[in-house]
Design a protein around this ligand. Structure first.
Ligand code: BV8
Ligand code: ZN
Length: 261
């Protein structure tokens, strides 16, 4: 396992298909809390208990208060040096004449901060899209608060139990909207998982950036790439997991240096 940038730069130059698997740590330096540790709690619920269909069905108001709070938080945040490094590196690859390498960013994050990338796969959906529980209509929506009834609830310590008719409603059929994200125990969009499979099947260098590797199927990706002979580089503040390259520290510092951007 190497922690030296020179060796990594060699591997980066000789790789044909470079991909990333990003997690909440990519956005941590933008001030967006991660799921582990203090960031994983909201009021006194664990995020993993709130990000489920059953929690939404049981108490749609509480879950919309949670997502409205996260939307409001993300809307005030900006991209950090790690997000910028991914964009700059993608531009570098795309301006190769002829293009001899591919670069694809696969992210678990739903904050949409990297959406200015060209080859970008959001595995778990996006906070700023809604989906109708009735007719399935999907809309972009960056309103904050997302509905009148949720105004000013983002800092309240207690649930406000809005009645369903006051929660976000579909403009087409008036049905109850949900955030267009993948909740725990929900299947990922098969169109997305097949795009990811194409990338994993050809990836010879996977950058695993700011993820604790708990959540499946993302958590299985580096094993899969390694089993096919691909190399793994971990960018994390914790020294976890095994990899060919490890850069321990804030990815806002390590990634620009590793990608030479
Ligand atoms: C599914 C959207 C089929 C919602 C999210 C196999 C084994 C065990 C369990 C399962 C399995 N297969 C399926 C499961 C169940 C489940 C699962 O994995 N559970 C876990 C908890 C064990 N998986 C699913 O349900 C998935 N669906 O598999 O469908 C199926 C269907 C039914 C039944 C079975 C199977 C769907 C999972 C998607 C869940 N949705 N997000 C929302 O966000 O509201 S997951 C959500 O949490 C995030 O998207 C992200 O994926 C995850 C958090 O993980 P990380 O991103 O890694 O963040 P975390 O805070 O954990 O870590 C941050 C890291 O950054 C840390 O390592 C830290 O050290 C580091 N860091 C911090 N600062 C920095 C830094 N690094 C660098 N620089 C810094 N500055
Ligand atoms: Zn509808």
């Amino acid at each position: 396992m190497s922690t030296n940038y020179e060796a990594f730069h060699q591997a980066l130059k000789s790789a044909k298909h470079i991909a990333t698997l990003c997690g909440a740590g990519l956005s941590a330096e933008s001030g967006i809390p991660t799921f582990r540790g203090e960031g994983g709690w909201w009021r006194n619920y664990k995020a993993t208990e709130l990000a489920t269909l059953s929690a939404f069905k049981r108490n749609p108001s509480r879950i919309w208060e949670f997502y409205n709070y996260r939307r409001g938080l993300v809307l005030q945040k900006t991209a950090n040096k790690a997000h910028k490094a991914l964009v700059d590196f993608e531009n570098k690859i795309l301006s190769q004449k002829p293009q001899t390498q591919t670069f694809t960013v696969i992210t678990q994050n739903v904050d949409g901060i990297s959406s200015n990338l060209k080859n970008y796969i959001e595995m778990h959906g996006n906070l700023f899209r809604t989906r109708c529980m009735q007719c399935g209509d999907i809309e972009e929506n960056r309103d904050f608060p997302i509905c009148e009834g949720l105004k000013g609830t983002e800092n309240s310590k207690f649930d406000i139990d809005l009645p369903i008719e006051k929660l976000p409603a579909c403009t087409k059929c008036k049905g109850l909207l949900r955030p267009d994200v993948v909740w725990f125990n929900e299947l990922l969009d098969p169109k997305i998982t097949s795009k990811i499979q194409v990338e994993l099947d050809r990836c010879d260098l996977l950058l695993v950036i700011g993820t604790s590797g708990f959540v499946y199927p993302a958590a299985g990706y580096s094993e899969y790439v390694r089993s096919r002979g691909g190399k793994i580089a971990i960018f994390n503040i914790e020294n976890t997991g095994n990899a060919d390259f490890k850069f321990i520290g804030p990815c806002g510092e390590t990634l620009p240096q590793a990608l030479q951007v």
